[in-house]
Design a protein around this ligand. Sequence first.
Ligand code: ZN
Length: 366
Amino acid sequence: MARPPSGAVKTAVAPTRSPNGWPVWGHDVVVAKLRHSVASGRVAHAYLFAGPDGVGKTTLAVSFAQALCCQDGTRPDPGLPCGTCLACRKIARGVHPDVETFGLAAQAALAEKSGGKHLSLSIETVRRLASATALRPMEAGRRIVLVEDAETMQGVAQEALLKTLEEPPSSVVLVLLADDAEALLPTIRSRCRLVDLRPVSRATVALALVESGVAQEQAAEIAALAGGRPGWAFRAAGDPALLEGRRAAVDRALGWIAGSTYDRLVAAVRLGDAFQKRRAEVFADLDTLLGVWRDALLLRANLPHYLTYRGHAERLDGLARGWDLDALHRAVCAVQTCLSDLEANVRPRLAIEAMVLQWPTSSPQR
Ligand SMILES: [Zn+2]
């Protein structure tokens, strides 16, 4: 049974068609290449769409599948799906029999009874997707198998997938979606056409939201928080809790900075101790912190237009006026050093304490 791509169903606000012809905002060169390969009939057997969570991998994959399966024979460009024929609509709803999605969400849904956490794609899932590639297409000329969360596969699962990639049935297009392509075996990467998705400009993300009916001011705030990830922006536009979570993280960072040296160190120890269990969250908190210090630096340098957290402009302004450019720059560097120390496995408590000790403390200069 085909399942809707998990990234697609959570989006309450849906992207409209962008100037590149697909509802994929930014990534114009990538879309042009994929459109051309569909139009010229030069489609590879396997693709690897790689880029950070929320950058637009799922939307790109769904549009690609639509371009491959669209039934509208009158369209002038075969690389441009109509979006309205039965095949296009079935793919958008995740019910096309020849477009099947595998990923952590689908795996968890299948194993509902057995429970447990699904942090990596299992070998059973890889076996299931391998048998899915062996089926003949029912309605379209091809079968398209999407594999979300591909970067979570462990060694054995990756080796099983490699077997499928080595002998792909001619009617199948396999599309792997991965936050980090480097997590996959070089032998897997070399058998896929790599499609690298980079962050999209803030203006493009804001425009995408406005074109889909989000109010200008809200679109500007979400685009600033999205870090170049239109997929995240659309999720946030439809999910107030997501946006609220980001705002709360900024408040936490501002509170940490505003504390006394003692309070800052206590918070550092707490975060350091949490690192083993909540690594991704600690990194996210430190990224937010970096954004806050950078915003203070930008305000101090009279560049308010580039703020990431413009919703917090008032408190940021207080920080900006408290210290000079040099002190703010040192704080930014300290957070960057801490992030690379943690990547390099320096003891978390040590790295985070060293960071807060670099922050400016003295009373405001002006
Ligand atoms: Zn169509």
